[in-house]
Design a protein around this ligand. Structure first.
Ligand code: HEC
Ligand code: HEC
Length: 267
């Protein structure tokens, strides 16, 4: 009897905590910082002081893994992500953080925003202004279609916000050729066995490379078997948008594309 009362009391105490988590679109609980533009911006500042040393200024990785490529670290749910950042990774090289929980959540929100599809995060910027840059000044629409309108030379961007994080969209615009994530970097590989193949380079590192072939097949090659590797030097997309557009125009473009999804946007 007594123990039941204790349980009831405990359940009451945890209610205010639970109330902080609003239900996400999938019905799972979600901390208010996750996906929140202000929290993400605050988390980015904290990330710069506490995490860049090991994970890199743009989270590209270093002593710690690349935090922008989903495949590099196992996907953690929100609570596990919070716990990892707060307590570190015992046994590995990552220290815990001595910061209030609110700030740890902000960092978690920032780290999540790096991989979350853009449609699931708040992306600052003026989407209407971005839309006019897309079809007007930057002529993106001469190569890309959105909802049936526009060119077909480049990939259709009508669902880009479900496929890419906001920062990946930005990287695709300002640095289509850069090593960024090289999703579309053409490569020709000659193997020691004499076989050659051509395709798009994915997840290239010192040990292996994945080559996506025109039929969509992904083949993993060990660098030890590779005789020659030649990357195509340029993307087919113009590489000078950083010079041709102002920072504000770029922000607005990213905001506009971050809403292009077959799913509905977060409020
Ligand atoms: C001293 C270096 C170092 C610092 C500082 C550091 N990390 Fe790490 N981090 C690592 C290493 C090493 C790993 C890989 C651990 C492992 O082997 O799973 C890692 C792993 C991670 C992972 C993936 C965990 C998993 O289970 O896949 C996340 C997320 C992460 N770090 C976020 C952060 C954030 C956010 C900060 C700043 C608050 C931070 N790290 C600071 C070194 C560091
Ligand atoms: C001359 C044609 C051309 C123009 C103009 C152009 N792009 Fe591209 N774009 C491409 C091609 C081709 C690709 C795919 C190959 C690559 O990335 O190298 C691409 C890729 C992209 C991607 C990545 C898509 C994905 O699914 O990964 C985004 C985002 C993008 N472009 C946005 C833009 C924006 C925004 C503009 C205008 C500022 C623009 N592009 C202008 C041809 C173009």
């Amino acid at each position: 009897m007594l123990s039941i009362r204790v349980l009831v009391a405990l359940a009451c105490c945890t209610l205010p905590l639970a109330a902080q988590h609003e239900a996400g679109a999938d019905g799972r609980s979600k901390h208010p910082a996750m996906g929140d533009a202000k929290a993400i911006a605050a988390g980015q500042k904290l990330y710069a002081t506490s995490c860049t040393g090991c994970h890199g200024a743009t989270a590209e990785g270093g002593r710690g893994p690349n935090l922008r490529q989903r495949g590099m670290w196992h996907p953690l749910d929100d609570d596990a992500l919070f716990g990892t950042i707060k307590r570190g990774v015992p046994g590995a090289d990552m220290p815990g953080l001595n910061l209030p929980d609110e700030q740890v959540w902000q960092i978690a929100a920032f780290v999540r925003s790096l991989t979350a599809p853009a449609i699931d995060t708040h992306v600052p910027g003026d989407t209407a202004a971005g839309e006019s840059v897309f079809w007007g000044k930057a002529k993106c629409g001469s190569c890309h279609a959105v909802r049936g309108k526009g060119g077909t030379f480049g990939p259709d961007l009508g669902n880009v916000a479900s496929m890419k994080a906001a920062e990946d969209i930005r990287a695709a615009i300002v640095d289509p050729t850069g090593d960024g994530f090289g999703r579309y970097r053409g490569v020709t590989v000659k193997l020691k066995s004499g076989r050659s193949l051509k395709g798009l380079a994915r997840n290239h590192n010192n040990y292996s490379i994945q080559v996506q072939q025109p039929d969509g097949n992904l083949e993993l090659l060990h660098m030890g078997d590779v005789e020659v590797l030649v990357f195509s030097k340029t993307s087919l997309m113009p590489g000078d948008f950083r010079e041709r557009l102002t920072k504000e125009e770029l922000d607005n473009l990213v905001a506009y594309l971050s809403r292009q999804s077959v799913r509905t946007a977060v409020k």
